[in-house]
Design a protein around this ligand. Structure first.
Ligand code: UDB
Ligand code: ZN
Length: 186
């Protein structure tokens, strides 16, 4: 099981690398990685276990964040955040955003990251809606349409697979500046 000590922090070059495609069928090692990435989220979202293991409650975790430069990430959006409409939970492998809305969206609270210990205030403009194509652990291909919070989480995780961190998107001169038509998502 992953603990905070296993999570790679900003400054480690692995977080800036382009991750490699995952090969199917998954090796034993990659299967275990998929399980562990999801387990971290499940355990960390349980208040008791979160405290017991000293975790930060996570909604997504990408393989490079545990030092593995492969295109794999787990996403677990808790029910309350799903907005009732586009729930999303899976381990996403070799994900590609095949289309995206012109409409931008940003989290009201800004973003943080399990790999970034400091607070970086500011809006992180992203696409409000995306069509995501990915493979699951069984090698099955999925194509899903996501919006609002689940779409933001997936874009954050996919960024990790390309060496991008959330604060790269924050306007340095006007961190809380935004286009008139950017939707705010809580
Ligand atoms: C997070 N957690 O996991 F709505 F149970 C953030 C951290 C950086 C604050 C730990 C988070 O948003 N927690 C959360 C939210 C809920 C319900 C809940 C926990 N990430 C994931 C990450 O760093 N992945 O690489 C940061 C998010 C910011 C926007 C999307 C991902
Ligand atoms: Zn992150």
């Amino acid at each position: 099981m992953f603990l905070m000590k296993d999570i790679v922090r900003d400054g480690d070059p692995v977080l800036r690398q382009e991750a490699a495609d995952v090969v199917f069928p998954l090796s034993e090692e990659d299967q275990q990685l998929a399980k562990d990435l999801m387990e971290y989220l499940v355990v960390s979202q349980d208040p008791e276990q979160c405290k017991k293991y000293g975790l930060r409650a996570g909604v997504g975790l990408a393989a490079p964040q545990v030092g593995v430069s492969k295109k794999m990430a787990s996403v677990l959006v808790p029910a309350a955040e799903e907005n009732g409409k586009s729930p999303f939970t899976d381990v996403i492998i070799n994900p590609v955003i095949v289309s995206e809305s012109v409409q931008q969206g940003a989290l009201t609270e800004g973003e943080g990251c399990l790999s970034v210990d400091k607070d970086v205030p500011g809006f992180v403009p992203r696409h409000d809606r995306i069509t995501l194509r990915y493979y699951d652990v069984n090698g099955e291909k999925h194509q899903v349409r996501l919006k609002n919070y689940p779409a933001i989480v997936c874009q954050h995780e996919i960024d990790h697979l390309h060496g991008t961190l959330f604060y790269d998107h924050i306007d340095k001169d006007q961190p809380f500046g935004r286009d008139e038509d950017t939707i705010m998502i809580d």
